[in-house]
Design a binder for this molecule. Sequence first.
Ligand code: HMG
Ligand code: MG
Length: 317
Amino acid sequence: MTEGRSDLAAARRSNVPGLPGRVKIVEVGPRDGLQAEKAQVSTDVKVELIDRLSVAGFTNIEAASFVSPKWVPQMADGADVMARIQRRAGTFYSALTPNMKGLEAALAARLDEVVIFGAASEAFSQRNINCSIAESLARFTPVAKAAKEAGLRLRGSISCSFGCPYQGDVAFDAVVDVVTRMRDLGCDEIDIADTIGVGTANRVLEVAETVSHVFPLERIAGHFHDTYGQALANIYAGLQAGIAIFHSSVAGLGGCPYAKGATGNVATEDVLYLLHGLGIETGVDLNAVVAAGDFISRAIGKPNGARAGRALLANAA
Ligand code: HMG
Ligand code: MG
């Protein structure tokens, strides 16, 4: 399969001034992409997906979720998944850990990075993790401490940084407040998440600027769901603002079980096509991701949500 026409090759040679030369993609498909699937995806399929993504060259893969299996049954086999994947040297494997029970499971499963996940919206916090923002931060405190003591990387994720499915608008101050608290808990990286994909490029620039006063932008990640088709534009705006870490999901899989109507994250294949076209290095093999996207779409019987993935598969056929 070939990625290119001559115009794309020309674009690759030119770095657009002001944009980063290298970007880290956090592949969240195995977690964010699969968590809302109604039919149980087998552990074998999850393991094969993660193995394919590891071979593709991602340095960070969100592989599991150690949350209550009553709340998110699809993620109940996280320990088995982690025990069976082929770990690639140089790749960090992450999992969601909402409380100490989750952290203990993550430690037993030898995760490299744990993710405390809160929200900038009270209503979403209640629906997603059954507590207020303040209560969540109190719960995260021992999780963060134990993660650091165990030498793990700690990431914080802030849902509804661009809007909430239950309360609508979310104030900048609310986002900055949670970023500040997660910074104080020792987060190495913080994700500003557009859970329902309502953000637009100007809002990304504004949020990035506001947040940069309390946390270094080079450790901020953009986590954009593509519900309104804005995610690639939002990534471009993020690049212009100085963000160089983005989350995406192979084949555009996913949605949040606690955000009605939200679609998946932006498709990794589309993001790679954009970044490589801009001459930005990712270290990820687009063709290998396209093949992984084809594999998982067939395995779960869903249309492949990656535009670039579909186009490259059609070219190769
Ligand atoms: P709760 O019911 O308030 O907690 O849930 P609890 O402490 O009362 O525990 C209830 C039961 O769950 C107990 O079991 C616990 O042992 C068990 P029981 O005694 O009834 O048999 N339990 C657990 N089991 C396994 N692992 C655990 C765990 N904790 C409790 N870690 C809780 C609170 C946070 C646990 C629950 O609300 C929950 O699991 N929520 C998960 C929600 C979730 O995973 N949402 C999707 C991921 S977030 C997302 O997608 C957004 C993101 O992508 C960014 C964006 O796009 O916005 C990150
Ligand atoms: Mg998400």
